[in-house]
Design a protein around this ligand. Structure first.
Ligand code: FE2
Length: 328
């Protein structure tokens, strides 16, 4: 079965094609917002402008035509309404034009499932870290994911982007901040963990204040380094607590921030000490990407069949722990 997956929840428009668990194509076009943050209208315009080129390239890379697609999967949420609507609208149009079934996919579930598949891990504990989310997840015996702990304010990626904007970086993005932080020295910043939950707003305020005290480049680097170290240490602490509670012997990190090598290294060290196997998918699949939507769509289609036409609208606040209510 050839499954075409469309991703459009935030800054990225991507279309991927998957056949029986094998990724045939994964074309990714990310909108670069510089330092102005994510403006919904601009994201939607970008996705509408590149949609057709991304679709044509994805089909070409996979070596198939639209007629050969058996199922269209689309990211249904959570996400930003305007860009999400472009992907959902595109999916609905293609389904009706080529008479294909549609399946709506929870974006977080797709990150988790492609990572489990590529890391060949069954039923691991999952750390999901991205711009909008920071959650520790566990599946129940029916395969529905529950949130054991999460951020109580902002996602860890949003923490990095907000700090990068505050210190006026040209590319206000976590990956640029990680480069700036290289070789920094630790300065003390607040560390807030509540059980298996995280709080980042106090850390952000303190880091912004510290950065504004001294505009010297070396000091900015030290604060950036300390912000990342502190937030990663907090993330490791809550993850380790969840590992002990669940007695899981496998851990996966997924989502955009899971690409960060320092976080990967800290989680790897923690897992070695706790005799837990750690897995993380290649970067391409931790970015927002269409292949993960196609892969997760194939799983959901097998279990639930097509999503009825009246249930194919975007769900901007579609938490992973609402899947039973929405799909079931
Ligand atoms: Fe994502």
């Amino acid at each position: 079965m050839n499954v075409l997956g469309i991703e459009s929840t935030a800054h990225t428009l991507s279309i991927g094609i998957v056949r029986e668990g094998k990724v045939l194509s994964n074309v990714i076009d990310m909108y670069r917002s510089g330092n102005e943050g994510l403006i919904p209208r601009k994201l939607a315009d970008h996705h509408a402008n590149v949609f057709s080129d991304v679709l044509v390239k994805s089909l070409k890379d996979a070596g198939i035509a639209m007629e050969d697609v058996d199922l269209i999967a689309f990211s249904q949420g959570p996400g930003i309404g305007a860009p999400l609507s472009v992907g959902v609208g595109g999916a609905k149009y293609l389904a009706s034009r080529f008479d294909k079934p549609l399946v709506g996919v929870n974006h977080c579930y797709a990150h988790v499932k492609i990572s489990e598949h590529l890391c060949r891990m069954h039923d691991p504990l999952v750390l999901y870290v991205s711009g909008g989310n920071s959650q520790i997840l566990r599946a129940d015996s029916d395969g529905y994911y529950h949130v054991l702990g999460e951020t109580l304010d902002m996602g860890i990626g949003n923490l990095f982007d907000s700090f990068a904007r505050a210190i006026e970086m040209k590319e206000a993005h976590g990956s640029a901040l990680a480069k700036l932080a290289e070789g920094g020295k630790y300065v003390e910043l607040p560390y807030t963990v509540k059980g298996m939950n995280l709080v980042f707003s106090g850390l952000l305020t303190a880091a912004e204040k510290a950065a504004k005290k001294d505009r010297n480049a070396a000091h900015q680097r030290d604060v950036a380094y300390s912000l990342m170290e502190t937030s990663f240490a907090m993330t490791c602490e809550v993850t380790e607590r969840a590992l002990f509670l669940t007695r899981k012997k496998h851990l996966i990190a997924c989502g955009g921030v899971a690409q960060n090598r320092r976080l990967q290294q800290m989680l790897q060290t923690m897992c070695e000490e706790d005799e837990v196997e750690f897995g993380v998918a290649p970067d391409e699949f931790n970015r927002d990407n269409g292949a993960m939507i196609a892969y997760a769509g194939s799983l959901l289609f097998k279990r639930y069949g097509p999503t009825p036409p009246g249930k194919c609208d975007p769900i901007t606040n579609y938490r992973i722990d609402r899947m039973k209510e929405i799909m079931g």
